[in-house]
Write a new protein. Structure first.
Length: 394
């Protein structure tokens, strides 16, 4: 009888709006407290006395797609608040591409039970995911194959983002009609070739993070519930919407690629991207993307990413000369010894004169030849004369 009196079971349902999934479809993630089943108390090996340790344990289990996750916490703790805090902390950004935003968007619902005893509180989570462990394994394999084919490791950050974005635009279509829940996943985008905005933005997130790019998924509204991305170059983040571009644009003329907050919606001002914020009403697991903390951690550019320097103008002084060539040679030495560039992304793009994904003596030599012999024309004309002069007709 004492055991029964000590056993605390509470039923509650918390409806959490899922952070947007498509242009015209939304879904919800449900967190429900269910009655704890009567059972004889047994010592729990997974005992934690702080939220960070609990969150790490839950995160690793969810990453493996384990459906039942059990752990114990100190007595007199608030079980319900602990569960919510653990779920929030288990989906924060880490250094792994299959966690953070990706993991949070992979959860359909969580049911949990709380059993209170004299010496501890036992919590049991039942997690339902959008994909299985096997599907995630296949997703990992496919992404690695794609990134290897794209030769991502040799590209600078801008070209990494461009190559990944181009792959998605060319290989995924928007799913207007199917009832297949895989359309909300990166797996569906990869293996079915079709997805809604959640699956598309999840795929970009996974691929970009695997390529070493800091990025996030952003959710909110764009005429309807919607999801898009931000990606970082040289400490500043830019907005991308691969869903809108594969739906409305061509890869040669993407309208929503690497934009700033002031020009993201220039293509169609009637449809404005509005990130989720406290003013819109947030549920327990949502982010306030307009908060000062988020803006500080992820500073988004006001304007689109642009390379104003002409090819070879590494120091951006408006000239292409021996100084730029010397800078390229010095960078080549740094890359040869340390393997890591000291240039900004813009400098890397301007220094790679022959566009072969490498910065070396060949680029420096081409600039010196230009500087010494053809100072009357631009570097672009010298390097790619066929683009500027008509071919002789015989």
């Amino acid at each position: 009888m004492k055991l029964l009196k000590n056993l605390l079971s509470v039923m509650a349902v918390i409806a959490l709006t899922v952070n947007v999934v498509s242009l015209d479809t939304s879904a919800s993630i449900r967190i429900s407290e269910v009655p704890a089943k009567y059972k004889v108390h047994s010592a729990q090996t997974n005992y934690f006395d702080n939220i960070d340790s609990m969150a790490e344990y839950v995160r690793e289990n969810m990453t493996k797609r384990n459906t039942t996750i059990e752990f114990s916490i100190p007595p007199n703790s608030d079980g319900r608040e602990t569960v919510l805090n653990v779920l929030r902390n288990s989906t924060v950004e880490t250094d792994k591409s299959n966690q953070g935003d990706y993991l949070r968007k992979s959860i359909n619902y969580v049911e949990y039970s709380i059993s209170t005893y004299d010496d501890d509180i036992q919590i049991s989570l039942n997690v339902n995911y959008t994909t299985t462990a096997e599907q995630e394994k296949l997703t990992d394999q496919k992404i690695k194959e794609i990134l290897d084919k794209l030769n991502i490791s040799k590209k600078n950050d801008y070209k990494k983002i461009s190559a990944i974005y181009e792959y998605i635009i060319n290989n995924v279509t928007y799913d207007n009609t199917s009832d297949n829940d895989l359309k909300f996943t990166a797996y569906g985008a990869l293996y079915n070739g079709t997805a809604v905005c959640q699956g598309i933005s999840m795929l970009f997130y996974r691929m970009a993070r695997e390529a070493g790019i800091s990025c996030r998924m952003i959710v909110g509204e764009a005429g309807a519930p919607h999801a898009w991305n931000i990606a970082c170059i040289d400490g500043k983040y830019y907005l991308l919407d691969p869903t809108f571009d594969l739906y409305f644009s061509k890869i040669s003329d993407c309208k929503y690629f690497m934009r700033g907050t002031e020009d993201f919606d220039d293509y169609n001002k009637a449809v404005t991207h509005i990130p989720a914020s406290a003013e819109m009403g947030l549920s327990s697991l949502d982010f306030d993307y307009e908060s000062e903390s988020f803006r500080t951690e992820y500073p988004i550019s006001l304007k689109k990413f642009a390379i104003e320097n002409k090819s070879g103008d590494v120091n951006a002084d408006g000239l292409v000369n021996a100084v730029d060539s010397s800078m390229i040679l010095a960078e080549y030495a740094v890359l040869s010894t340390k393997g890591k560039s000291s240039f900004t992304t813009v400098q890397e793009l301007t220094a790679d004169v022959n566009d072969d994904e490498e910065i070396n003596a060949v680029d420096a030599s081409m600039l010196l030849q230009y500087y010494a012999y053809i100072s009357t024309v631009s570097a672009e004309e010298y390097i790619n004369p066929e683009d500027f002069f008509e071919k002789e007709v015989i």
